[in-house]
Design a binder for this molecule. Sequence first.
Ligand code: URA
Length: 204
Amino acid sequence: MTTEPALSAASAASWDDLVERVQGCVACEELAASRTRVVPGVAPPRADVLLVGEAPGAQEDETGVPFVGRSGQLLDGLLGDAGLRRDQVAVANVLKCRPPANRKPRRTEVARCRPWLDRQLDLVDPVVVVALGGTAAEWFVGPGARIAALRDQGRVAPLLHRGRRLLVTYHPSAAIRFGPQGAPLAALREDLAEVVRVLAEVAR
Ligand code: URA
């Protein structure tokens, strides 16, 4: 089976098929050599929401599951507060492999990995996509995407990405970094509540 991302991802017939294919990806030599596991993401059937983060961290690399470390624990709590259960939402990352020492993903890595997330979007076909943090925001909106600016637009009228609603918000790690009184935590809370409002509107 080919593991060239563009060819392999495009012909993935289902989420599970894609998960199997991405395990063999060696498009980024350094990441393929340093990773413990590929972290493809998770998607329950008929998920209305797809959350997109940056890249796996140490715990995700160990377990193969996205957002299980500190950021993930905060995210679970915030989803619960908004009325969403983690097992109802799909979760994926821009990069499927952990960058060494959690460095920022390189532009070349993001480009090589792009076909996987592209195909995941089509396979999940969510009502709402939530970009968590700058790397995900740039993936959807383009280089130089600024969360503060996009979020102001996103709150009143979600952006559209290939016909789907896209909300751009802060990464949970920013909420941890800025602390309980910081703007990112408040914004994340508001924006996850907005996700629930959009879902209710669409269901009407
Ligand atoms: N941060 C991310 O962006 N993704 C994860 O899966 C974990 C931490």
